[in-house]
Design a protein around this ligand. Structure first.
Ligand code: SF4
Length: 408
């Protein structure tokens, strides 16, 4: 990203070394400094600074993972984001909604496979107000009190409040009482105004997304924060996204982790015109680690960037590989093809010279796999156990198997 025609002066190099040292020491850096690191820092030095930051925070060298299932209750949505391949407009022939029994059946399978969390996510259905979410969360909580409901995001809260004609505070209070434990950082995409309008013109503004998150934090709900990069935003807009999140965290302390992922280009209206490279992604990961010196955790996305990039990210400041995702349909609909068995995820962590551990939503470590003998043995635990985006492939394989002559 540096201008290769311009060699840095000795003074520039000294300034960069000083900035990297301050970042590695956990000193608070400014957005301008973060941008300079993002665009100009030598790749390995940037990774080393971020990793030094991680080592100081997690000297035991543990990298965590989670077992959860993303359960989609509907794909019907009125917001029509241009990057989204999952939604269908109301009355579209391919629109669907799952009833409560189906959601509970999926929760039951998740519990059976050792999940500790469900992420209930869906479109902005024109009829789903606060009452719908109260019923959904309370039914899941009643049937599976052991499952943490880490679900929806500010966009869904904004939508349900409008449908039910109540204010945001009331919507948050009611869904919290119904059983919502934690808010997912979904719907952040890009928070600065220009890229957000280009991607999702009907969605609430980035400021509004953060305002709702702040209200949720003030009511005692904690959350994650996300970013979708690679849709044509500038380097400065990426760093501005980080600044906007950090400003809210400074006030509330409510973000548990930051999770950037890359835009997937299939089956949506952006038609894959732009994408982030793996190097851009890893640089952003490293800058996020040193910029968010008060946000405890940094998660990388093996689902969108692949397992190799996921493994490299552990040398760029990442302390968490996120979920195995027993089910995922939203990002997968747009082309995310990476899949993993739990044993592979654990191997990735171990071969990056880190110690794998299963965590829960609040990053409490449930099981540390100090040696390979401690690894879980249930081979059923793998990503996309029953994701609908995989169904056509599964059905094709079944049809081929049927045609194949039976071996005697
Ligand atoms: S990203 Fe969410 S809000 Fe946007 S169209 Fe897709 S389902 Fe709807």
């Amino acid at each position: 990203m540096t201008d290769a025609t311009k060699s840095p002066s000795a003074a520039d190099s000294r300034d960069m070394a000083d900035l990297l040292a301050r970042a590695a020491d956990g000193e608070r850096i400014t957005p301008e400094e973060a941008l300079l690191l993002y665009t100009d820092a030598p790749f390995h030095a940037l990774g080393e600074a971020a990793d030094a930051h991680r080592r100081r925070r997690y000297p035991d060298n543990i990298v965590t993972y989670l077992i959860d299932r993303n359960i989609n209750y509907t794909n019907v949505c009125v917001t029509a984001c241009k990057f989204c391949a999952f939604y269908r407009a109301p009355k579209h022939a391919e629109g669907w909604s799952h009833d409560l029994d189906e959601v509970l059946r999926r929760c039951s399978e998740a519990v059976d496979l050792g999940a500790t969390q469900v992420m209930l996510q869906g479109g902005h259905h024109p009829e789903y107000g606060v009452e719908y979410y109260e019923e959904l969360f309370s039914a899941v909580k009643k049937a599976y009190p052991e499952l943490v409901i880490h679900s929806i995001g500010p966009s869904e809260i904004d939508h349900m409040a409008r449908v039910s004609n109540v204010d945001i505070d009331e919507a948050i209070r009611r869904i919290k009482v119904a059983g919502l434990d934690s808010i997912a950082g979904a719907g952040a995409e890009m928070l600065p105004e220009r890229p957000r309008k280009a991607l999702a013109p009907l969605k609430e503004s980035g400021e509004r997304w953060l305002e709702i998150m702040e209200q949720a934090h003030n009511q005692g709900l904690r959350s994650t924060a996300t970013m979708m990069m690679g849709t044509g935003e500038t380097a400065a807009e990426r760093i501005e996204h980080l600044r906007m999140i950090r400003d809210v965290h400074d006030k509330t302390g409510g973000f548990r982790s930051f999770i950037p992922w890359t835009y997937q280009p299939e089956n949506n209206k952006l038609k894959g015109r732009t994408q982030a490279t793996v190097i851009e992604y890893l640089r952003l990961i490293a800058v996020a680690r040193v910029f968010f010196n008060d946000i405890a955790h940094l998660q990388s996305s093996w689902l969108t960037t692949g397992k190799a990039a996921g493994q490299l990210s552990m040398h760029m400041g990442v302390d968490d590989l996120g979920s195995i995702m027993l089910e995922e349909n939203v990002i997968s609909s747009a082309g995310a093809k990476h899949r993993s068995r739990l044993s592979e995820l654990i191997d990735l962590i171990r071969s990056a010279d880190r110690i794998p551990a299963q965590r829960n939503t609040t990053y409490e470590r449930l099981a540390v796999h100090w040696t390979p003998e401690d690894d879980p043995q249930d081979d059923r635990v793998r990503s996309h156990v029953s994701s609908i985006v995989d169904l056509p492939i599964v059905e094709k394989q079944a049809a081929q198997a049927e045609k194949k002559p039976v071996e005697k």
